[in-house]
Ligand binder design. Structure first.
Ligand code: CO
Length: 198
């Protein structure tokens, strides 16, 4: 398992809701957590590791010791959004690209944990910690629907990101030409096969 970079097609592939939490899914979740910590990320969504599932892991403290901040969310849905707040975001699939994104200040999310127990996250968005948690939740849940933070940037952020995105696109195509990344058609086939067996 590795983190895929923009413009890998898995990032635009909406995840399938999981109907069972198998040992395989649990293994994917723990590998995703390990990868997230290794990359010093705050969250990681299944499409970022080329898995077409509605599953994400997060720890807004980025500190593996802070267990209380760690969560695995399966089939998360945002039930409520309140207020808006602009803040800087990055993404492990876009190394080095940080831009301001406007998000809801507070969210209410329904999900299942790794044991299949329903969990409701009500994040008020009052303290900086809550605001970050709310932002991470929204960023990662977007990933599960094939939505990326570059879609949510304002016109200035989009303009400022253009050259970085072009560079990522060039690097990606070159890696494909070198045979380090499968052709997009093959990736799509793999994603479809994974969905079919989930
Ligand atoms: Co991201």
């Amino acid at each position: 398992m590795n983190i895929v970079l923009y413009p890998h097609p898995a990032l635009r592939h909406a995840g399938k809701p999981l109907t069972a939490i198998t040992d395989k899914i649990r293994k994917h979740a723990s590998e995703m957590l390990a990868l997230m910590y290794e990359a010093h990320g705050l969250g990681l969504a299944a499409p970022q590791v080329a898995l077409p599932y509605q599953m994400l892991v997060m720890n807004p403290s980025a500190d593996p010791e802070r267990n209380d901040q760690e969560a695995v969310l399966i089939n998360p849905v945002i039930l409520e959004r309140k207020g808006t707040l602009e803040g800087e975001e990055g993404c492990l699939s876009f190394p080095g690209l940080f831009q301001k994104v406007r998000r809801a200040k507070s969210v209410k999310v329904q999900a299942y944990d790794i044991n299949g127990v329903e969990v409701i996250y009500e994040v008020p968005g009052i303290t900086p910690d809550e605001q970050l948690r709310s932002r991470v939740l929204q960023h990662e849940i977007d990933h599960l629907n094939g939505i990326l933070y570059i879609d949510k940037m304002g016109p200035i952020g989009k303009l400022a990101s253009r050259s970085a995105l072009r560079q990522l696109e060039r690097d990606y195509r070159r890696a494909q030409e070198r045979g380090e990344i499968l052709p997009d058609v093959e990736i799509e086939k793999t994603l479809a096969a994974l969905e079919a067996e989930a």
